[in-house]
Design a protein around this ligand. Structure first.
Ligand SMILES: Nc1ncnc2c1ncn2[C@@H]1O[C@H](COP(=O)(O)OP(=O)(O)OP(=O)(O)O)[C@@H](O)[C@H]1O
Length: 390
């Protein structure tokens, strides 16, 4: 998908709104929690002495079991909840020194099930904040249309009401609405938890793509560790009582959990999942005999990979099989997963293990055959990398 955000970044928004609100720094902002505690009136300690720095321009994920203080921590940043003690700084400024509406103008907020206004069209939902800033209706709607495009929604959906959208589409609208003021900080509270796993993965990819273009400081709350390690550059694992158990990049969390609680929380197959963060560029791929649909192959003495006209893999011709005449789709065994060059080693291992020939098929970014590799090669690489870390 082409970059759709060019030309309507912060500057264009500010200039269009010139005179309507004070200017503010442009870059992403750092968020610091310093000894932050939240005790509710009934005595519940939701967050207990939290010390944590969210780096500017990163996606940081708060994860942990239900009731461990993730949402409370998030809401203290935009002062929907005030801390009992300690300090939260956004770009070095104590959030308590800002009045909440002004503070929230620089902090987008996305919640589960999008929280859209049901009686407003999709376009008007997204245009809400620009209208609050005093833009004309026409200009606000045109900005909203740009944002819908940015989050991958067709313009035709703008006229619908939220109830007429799928869950995934509603979430995209929620993200578009939160981006409308081009805030440097984005808080996202379980934004994708109400949609099915496939849609959810698409939304996660979309968020990563958006972030690569927009460079926000994003704090993302989830109770799903897989989501956390997929999108987080750093992950904060909370335990009951609002205590921070570990704060680390995903690879470190999986490889070196701080204690039994974190080890249990990140899951029993964490060793395998950690392979998502291991570079596979050291694996040497090799050639294998190939054929095309329609080729005449009298006797296949070894596994042969069958490619289509565009050199994309179609399946395997089993070793020892005798083929009379041409290679046809019917004579093929379905291939395993494909490993795309330049992606993590987990995909390479999966390609080898899922291939009927035992040879994992490697493709380039366009999906064209590039070579094959074995599980043994991948395991040797993993061992070598472990050895070099010791
Ligand atoms: N207004 C309140 N008054 C009293 N206790 C509260 C209040 N809001 C939240 N809590 C309690 O604070 C603790 C932390 O709640 P919080 O919503 O931050 O957890 P969470 O980790 O986001 O949970 P979940 O994953 O279930 O959303 C919980 O024990 C909750 O019951």
């Amino acid at each position: 998908m082409p970059c759709l955000c060019r030309g309507f970044g912060l500057r264009s928004f500010d200039s269009a709104a010139a005179g309507k609100r004070p200017s503010r720094p442009e870059g992403p902002r750092v968020i610091e929690f310093r000894a932050v505690t939240k005790r509710f009136d009934d005595g519940t300690v939701a967050v207990n002495h939290l010390d944590l720095t969210v780096d500017a321009g990163t996606i940081t994920v708060f994860v942990g079991p239900s009731g461990c203080g993730k949402t409370t921590s998030l809401r203290m940043v935009n002062r929907m909840i005030d801390a009992t003690s300690g300090t939260i700084l956004v770009d070095g400024k104590d959030v308590r020194s800002a009045d909440p509406p002004t503070l929230r103008r620089g902090i987008g907020y996305v919640i589960q099930q999008a929280g859209l206004f049901p009686h407003r069209t999709v376009l008007d939902n997204v245009a809400t904040v620009p209208l609050l800033f005093g833009w004309t209706r026409r200009k606000a709607r045109s900005r909203a249309a740009e944002l819908l495009e940015l989050v991958g929604l067709p313009a035709s959906l703008g006229k619908r009401y939220p109830v007429q959208l799928s869950g995934g589409q509603q979430q995209r609208v929620g993200v578009a609405r939160a981006l409308a003021a081009d805030p440097p900080v984005l808080l996202m509270d379980e934004p994708f938890s109400a949609v099915d796993p496939v849609v959810r993965e698409g939304l996660q990819d979309e968020l990563l793509r958006l972030q690569a273009e927009l460079d926000k400081t994003i704090v993302f709350v989830t109770h799903d560790i897989d989501e956390a390690v997929r999108i987080g550059e750093k992950v904060a694992v909370f335990r009951q009582g609002g205590v921070l158990a570990q704060y680390a990049p995903p690879a470190e969390l999986l490889a070196r959990p701080a204690d039994d609680f974190v080890a249990h929380f990140v899951g029993k197959d964490r060793g395998y999942r950690a392979l998502s963060f291991v570079d596979a560029s050291g694996v040497e791929i090799r050639e294998v005999a190939t054929a095309s649909i329609g080729d005449a192959v009298s006797q296949a003495s070894d596994w042969r990979l069958v490619l289509d006209d565009g050199r994309q893999p179609r399946g395997w011709l089993p070793a020892g099989s005798t083929v009379d005449g041409q290679v046809t789709e019917d004579g093929l065994e379905p291939g395993g997963s494909l490993y795309t060059l330049g992606t993590p080693v987990r995909g390479a291992l999966d390609a080898a293990l899922s291939s009927p020939s035992g040879l994992g098929v490697v493709v380039d970014e366009e999906g064209r055959y590039a070579g094959v590799l074995t599980a043994r090669q991948v395991l040797d690489l993993i061992e070598a990398q472990r050895g070099s870390r010791r």
